[in-house]
Design a protein around this ligand. Structure first.
Ligand SMILES: [Zn+2]
Length: 488
């Protein structure tokens, strides 16, 4: 849910003011919205923040705002953080003279720099209040310090986004099935949901059968829908829930889900369909990462990911040379979250490692005024991650019921191309190999071979996914068979 439909908000506010949005404006808007909801049950129909109410932004205005934001952020970073003070001194760069055209004089900040010394990125002018850690599925977790003011901004934006983007109302109950240690999103979702008057349940990444029981359980609360209505989840843990639901005979009608918000990992097209069939509800995605909050991306109806211009600066660059990516090519997202929305951990040109493709031509969709990329294709880990991206492999594998979810696979570079090793339910799986080879060719995946395994021990090492951050419970999972047989 975090970040969904924020682009409308950003856009609407930029129009209204033709200037930067002050953090206190965000908090005021969130407060007003909650008050309107409490009084009238719906946000005002004349709200300029509602989707479709915004007009066009003058490119000259946008350029001025961008330049001012880049300079202010660079100045704060060079003045108040050890890392960027050294960088700017060494290069003899003056942050006050930077423009969008000369912004590439600032060196790209690798993830390893932040991971190695998080305190070197914390502004001496701020008061660090919350240490957020990334999940670290790609290695060691990254530490990001937040101030109390930054948390307030994130909550305000999340509140507005939940009311206007998701249509969250007091009768709803939101369950968070992300990792319980993901402090920032957890705190943010809990706080914004309960401000609206809706209810919040922390499920965590527990045994999938336990999570399904929790989702299906009647709430029995006056004024609330009979069951949990909204679920926030990572793509791989959603896959684990779909696997359990399909294998144990759950039906979508067993749940009261209206909406499933998926983030953190690429969501494949077949998983989207299977989740809607198995659990019910509408699936939505958004792009947001701990390091670059509140900058993020929202998908449009044409399948692009559109990125904020109000709260941060997006670049798509070659993962090795850091040259700008050409239209139609794949590069990594490099983000600069702006002050004053960020005042504690300051990052300039932060290399997220998230791979996206740039559209070949200008886009004409409803969010066409915002920079567009493809959805995230995967994480950069060398040339193979671009040739055979995670999203393509998941689109291939998660369509096959003979492959347990979340799909476990390994790509191993061979002499005549990459080999895709896949864990299957049982071997020999009838027709599966031929079908995978055929579909891989049709998708344009240059694989040397597909190798099926029915024993995890015979597989090459597979990458970790968020669903692996399993949390223990004392709660026994009630099997679906018992559930069906028991009287209503
Ligand atoms: Zn679009």
């Amino acid at each position: 849910m975090f970040g969904t439909a924020l682009s409308q908000l950003r856009y609407g506010m930029a129009i209204l003011r033709n200037r930067r949005i002050r953090p206190q404006d965000l908090e005021r808007i969130a407060r007003d919205l909650v008050a309107t909801l409490a009084e009238f049950g719906e946000p005002g129909a004349d709200s300029a923040l509602l989707p479709g109410q915004a007009g066009a932004v003058d490119p000259a205005v946008r350029r001025t705002v961008t330049e001012r934001s880049l300079r202010a952020t660079a100045r704060a970073a060079a003045r108040h953080t050890a890392y960027y003070r050294r960088t700017f001194d060494t290069l003899g760069l003056d942050p006050r003279t930077l423009t969008p055209e000369t912004w590439d004089q600032v060196p790209v900040t690798p993830k390893t720099a932040l991971r190695g010394l998080p305190a070197a990125f914390v502004s001496a002018a701020s008061s660090p209040a919350l240490m957020a850690l990334t999940t670290g599925t790609s290695g060691t977790p990254t530490t990001v310090w937040y101030s109390r003011a930054e948390v307030e901004i994130a909550v305000a934006m999340s509140t507005v986004s939940a009311v206007l983007g998701m249509g969250l109302r007091p009768r709803h109950t939101v369950a968070y099935a992300g990792c319980s240690r993901a402090t920032l999103p957890l705190l943010n979702v809990e706080e914004s949901v309960t401000r609206i008057g809706a209810a919040f349940v922390q499920i965590g990444t527990v045994e999938p059968a336990v999570a399904l029981n929790r989702l299906a359980a009647p709430l029995g609360l006056r004024g609330k829908a009979p069951q949990i209505t909204h679920l926030t989840v990572s793509a791989s843990y959603l896959a684990a829930l779909v696997e359990e639901a399909e294998q144990s005979g759950w039906r979508a009608a067993d749940f009261g889900l209206e909406s499933i918000g998926v983030g953190g990992e690429p969501l494949s097209d077949p998983l989207r369909e299977r989740a809607a069939a198995a659990l019910g509800g509408t699936l939505s995605t958004s792009y947001m990462m701990t390091e670059t909050v509140p900058s993020g991306g929202t998908p449009c109806t044409e399948g692009h990911l559109h990125h904020t211009t109000e709260f941060g600066h997006l670049e798509v660059l070659d993962p090795v040379t850091h040259a700008p990516t050409r239209p139609g090519a794949v590069g990594i997202i490099v983000q600069t979250p702006y002050v004053p929305y960020r005042d504690c951990t300051l990052l300039l040109r932060y290399a997220t490692g998230d791979l996206v493709r740039l559209p070949e031509n200008a886009v004409g969709c409803e969010l066409g005024h915002l920079p567009a990329t493809s959805p995230v294709l995967g994480r950069w880990s060398g040339p193979l991650s671009v040739e055979v991206p995670t999203r393509s492999v998941l689109n291939l594998l998660e369509a096959e019921p003979e492959i347990p979810l979340p799909a476990r696979y390994a790509l191993v570079d061979g002499p005549s191309g990459p080999r895709l090793h896949v864990l299957v339910r049982r071997s020999p799986a009838t027709g599966l190999l031929g079908r995978l080879e055929e579909r891989a060719t049709a998708q344009g995946l240059a694989l040397d071979a597909v190798v099926l395994h029915d024993d995890p021990a015979s597989m090459p090492a597979t990458g970790p996914v968020r669903a692996d951050l399993r949390e223990q419970t004392f709660e026994p999972a009630r099997p679906a068979a018992v559930r069906i047989a028991s009287p209503a």
